[in-house]
Design a protein. Structure first.
Length: 600
């Protein structure tokens, strides 16, 4: 036979046909020819090495792909596995591989036949990092202990009479295409042959429940770290709310990603995914924008600098208005009614409020029965109604029993919207004011204040602020209840260091236009012992002293300072009164306008 006839000879044989193709090579070329050529050269070099190792033959190379023949199906699959493992290392090669056993026709340096076509069509169903096999190839290697497979169902191919079941090599790090998203050169949809496999079993194989659980655990841990960091550094807690919305809002995209992660890792995105991912992110971003538009996302605190009455420069850190916990305190009721000890209720109510008010994390209000009520103590429904003006989150009330020596104090933190009990603690002892200190300290923890928040501000003992003289306390309680200023005067006579009582006497005399000398006397009395009071009350005493002495300029400066420190207090009313007394109409109107803007 002549050499020409030998070259034109047709050679028919049964072979394992491996079809390999780089995914998205055209797109890679458009992004950068140098990078694309580097990937192509790596593909060709490793292919030659692995094919030679497993006794295969590269029949044809067509740019970004190859047709490779093997006489052993096991060698073909092992070679494909080794190639994909090598291509996962940098620079990665996004390769997909299809393997089929069929008869081929070799002519010159080319191959033909239906087996080649089937191999190419199976390869077209793959994604980057995947190795797919026809059922005929799978039958030859399914008993290999080191190989794992997952059925992708049966598919109908052009010019093939019977459907072909396609399998994916599923060893670690190899990609298994998502059945619901498979595309390629086949007709219709997959025919799932494993009818005994439930939906949950399929998603369990893809580790979607496990990964979703890890996502939520990770999200929860991230929220805890976020809360700690924001609380530690006193930054707006709204960032945790934003993070929570982001974690929950991105669940649709997360689930789609988990279900198709192998294909997505290979750089293949379906049209739906290209729409879903940015649309989901945009929707979550829009929700966050409208919910937190105009919100203060900076520090929870602000620093106020001023000069005290001794000429010292003072810097004070204050919690911003929006982050204050607003808290009404209601009267404490007797467990066993006794008219001789009812005065303790007023002392507890007043002193408990005063002690909590030292904490700049709180905006504390002292509430009694509402106007027009016939009750001595507010009912539960009245407490709930009055709590609405505080935001309705919490309120504090309690009960006590006092036999003249031992006090049993039961303090309750309740839900402001329904009055349900949140926390409660009983304290028992002989020192009324020490019990108030202990009770208020416990309530601050129950409200949710952290140790860092509590330690950030001075907490003076009630005994320092008030008086340990029980009779003076009893007399002052009658003044609180509105039974005449003389009772408070008698309390001061019993304890001249009772600065708060002196301050309240002078303040009442001032606003009721009593004699100037008496106003100044008690103002000076309070001023002498002002250091017993918390810092904010010291400023209030200084302010009142200036008012009593008609030093209105200095009083105005301190009232403005108090208003800056506590916009929720009654300082604004005193400033209105000052402008009215001094006939400063423009300042009065400007303050009214500011109040209108603050209250929205």
């Amino acid at each position: 036979m002549s050499s020409e006839n030998r070259s034109n000879a047709v050679n028919r044989q049964l072979a394992a046909i491996l079809f390999a193709d780089i995914v998205g090579y055209t797109a890679l070329m458009q992004k950068g020819e140098a990078t694309a050529l580097k990937i192509l050269n790596r593909f060709q070099d490793i292919s030659k090495d692995k094919v030679s190792q497993y006794e295969g033959e590269i029949i044809k190379t067509y740019g970004d792909g190859s047709i490779i023949l093997f006489t052993s199906t096991i060698n073909a699959v092992q070679c494909a596995k080794e190639m994909q493992m090598a291509f996962k290392e940098e620079p990665t090669v996004p390769l997909r591989i299809g393997i089929h056993i069929g008869e081929i026709v070799r002519k010159d340096k080319d191959v033909f036949g239906n087996g080649v076509n089937v191999s190419a069509r199976i390869e077209s169903m793959g994604v980057a990092g995947a190795v797919l096999l026809s059922d005929s190839a799978y039958a030859k290697v399914k008993n290999q202990e080191d190989l794992e497979f997952e059925s992708l169902g049966e598919y109908e191919f052009k010019n093939v009479e019977e459907p072909i079941e396609v399998f994916a090599l599923s060893n670690d790090k190899l990609v298994v295409p998502d059945i619901s998203a498979i595309e390629g050169k086949f007709k219709g949809k997959a025919i799932i042959t494993d009818s005994d496999e439930s939906f949950f079993q399929r998603i369990w194989k893809k580790k979607i429940p496990q990964l979703t659980t890890l996502y939520f655990i990770g999200g929860w841990a991230l929220l805890q770290m976020s809360n700690w960091a924001l609380n530690h550094f006193r930054v707006s807690p709204r960032w945790s709310e934003i993070l929570f919305i982001l974690i929950v809002g991105m669940i649709p995209s997360i689930l789609v990603y988990f279900n198709n992660r192998d294909r997505i890792h290979g750089g293949e995105f379906r049209i739906g995914e290209k729409i879903l991912f940015p649309a989901n992110f945009l929707a979550v971003g829009t929700v966050i924008f409208f919910l937190f538009q105009g919100a203060d996302l900076g520090a929870m605190t602000r620093t106020i600098n001023y000069v005290d009455e001794d000429g010292n420069q003072v810097s004070r850190t204050m919690v911003k208005k929006d982050y204050l916990i607003r808290l009404p305190v209601f009267p404490f009721e007797q467990i066993n009614p006794d008219s001789s000890t009812v005065w303790v209720s007023d002392v507890l109510h007043f002193a408990f409020h005063l002690d909590l008010a030292q904490d700049d994390n709180l905006a504390v209000g002292r509430e009694r029965v509402p106007a027009g009520s016939e009750n001595e103590f507010p009912t539960r429904s009245e407490k709930i109604e009055m709590s609405k003006s505080y935001g309705g989150k919490y309120y504090i009330d309690g009960k006590y029993d006092y036999d003249g020596e031992i006090l049993e104090l039961r303090t309750s933190l309740r839900n402001g919207s329904n009055g349900n009990l949140i926390d409660e603690r009983s304290f028992k002892g002989t020192n009324i004011l020490e019990l108030i200190d202990s009770s208020s300290a416990y309530m601050r923890v129950a409200i949710g204040l952290s140790k860092e928040q509590i330690d950030a501000y001075v907490d003076q003992d009630v005994a320092e602020t008030f008086t340990n003289n029980l009779e003076a306390l009893r007399l002052f309680s009658q003044f609180i209840r509105g039974r005449g200023i003389i009772k408070a005067v008698q309390a001061v006579e019993l304890d001249s260091t009772f600065a708060y009582a002196s301050y309240r006497i002078s303040r009442n005399l001032y606003f009721y236009s009593a004699g100037d000398l008496e106003v100044i006397r008690f103002a000076n009395q309070a001023y002498r012992h002002r250091k017993r009071m918390p810092p904010q009350d010291q400023i209030a005493i200084n302010t009142h002293k200036y008012l009593a002495e008609k030093n209105y300029d200095k009083a105005e400066d301190l009232l403005k300072l108090q208003l800056e420190m506590n916009p929720n207090g009654d300082t604004r009313a005193e400033l209105f009164s000052l402008y009215s007394r001094t006939d400063q109409r423009e300042k009065y109107l400007a303050l009214a306008k500011q109040q209108f803007e603050d209250e929205g």
